[in-house]
Design a binder for this molecule. Structure first.
Ligand code: ZN
Length: 266
């Protein structure tokens, strides 16, 4: 299989045209004609992931987060990103990114997150595209049965990969929970939409004190704040299975390296 063959499958599932205008998705490094035998899926394009690719003999790394989001004038090995580019090119490892186009896809990042924290049945976008109600940011769905916020939080923590931080809850732990909204990654901008969606709890990452405090004070849904990396990690297997089921004969592997920014909690 060539890199072009693999990219074709990824772009059918995650059309680059659906990415936000500020985003940088697609091929970062690599020759479209090069052969791909093994693909490593990871959240972050960082040195530890490049090492993992070297160790497992991957020819392609597919990451959720872009390497360069803003313009750059140098890829010299004098910065961590430049060094990463050198490692990749010297070892014939291609890098490909599906970011906001994977967030809004169906199935996308938040579908995988919803399943990981125990939502069952149909999922609908929290903020659907006006021209496509089945695609968009976040997901809303229901638990198999009504539970409490405390019990759901425990289940969510168990369903997500371990990080130093785990999850944080804002709200009355005995509050009944059935309808849940989730958004992988930083879901700050969806707080108002979640409040209007009539859900019992909104689970996302990177929430800040003031918006979270005001949200809970206003009597809206409870909040669960998980580690950014952990909310997006469940998508990796979903993306890998799209490749496996497409008929392209490549081996897939999901990175087990925890690349969340926070490495220790006290
Ligand atoms: Zn993210």
């Amino acid at each position: 299989m060539t890199l072009t063959d693999v990219i074709e499958v990824l772009e059918a599932a995650y059309p680059p045209a659906r990415a936000e205008s500020w985003d940088a998705v697609g091929l970062v490094s690599g020759d479209p004609a090069q052969q791909v035998r093994r693909v490593l899926f990871a959240v972050d394009p960082v040195a530890a992931v490049a090492e993992e690719a070297l160790d497992c003999g991957a020819d392609l790394i597919v990451t959720h987060h872009p390497l360069y989001l803003r313009g750059t004038t140098s890829v010299a090995a004098t910065t961590p990103k430049g060094r990463l580019v050198h490692t990749l090119i010297k070892n014939d490892i291609a890098l490909y990114t599906a970011h906001t186009n994977a967030d809004v896809a169906n199935p996308g990042v938040s579908d995988a997150l919803a399943r990981a924290v125990g939502l069952a049945g149909d999922l609908v976008p929290l903020r659907p595209f006006p021209d496509d109600p089945w695609r968009g940011l976040g997901r809303v769905g229901e638990l198999p049965e009504k539970t409490t916020l405390g019990e759901f939080a425990r289940r969510a923590a168990d369903g997500l990969p371990r990080t130093s931080w785990g999850i944080r809850v804002a709200g009355d732990l005995s509050r009944p929970v059935l309808r849940v909204a989730v958004s992988g990654g930083a879901g700050d901008s969806l707080l108002g939409t979640a409040a209007a969606a009539g859900v019992d709890v909104f689970l996302t990452a990177d929430l800040r004190h003031h918006p979270a405090s005001e949200f809970v004070e206003s009597g809206g849904p409870a909040l669960i704040d998980a580690a950014h990396w952990a909310t997006e990690w469940p998508w990796l297997d979903s993306a890998a299975s799209i490749l496996r089921e497409s008929g392209v004969t490549v081996e897939t592997r999901v990175s087990a390296t925890v690349t969340d920014a926070w490495t220790r909690g006290y």
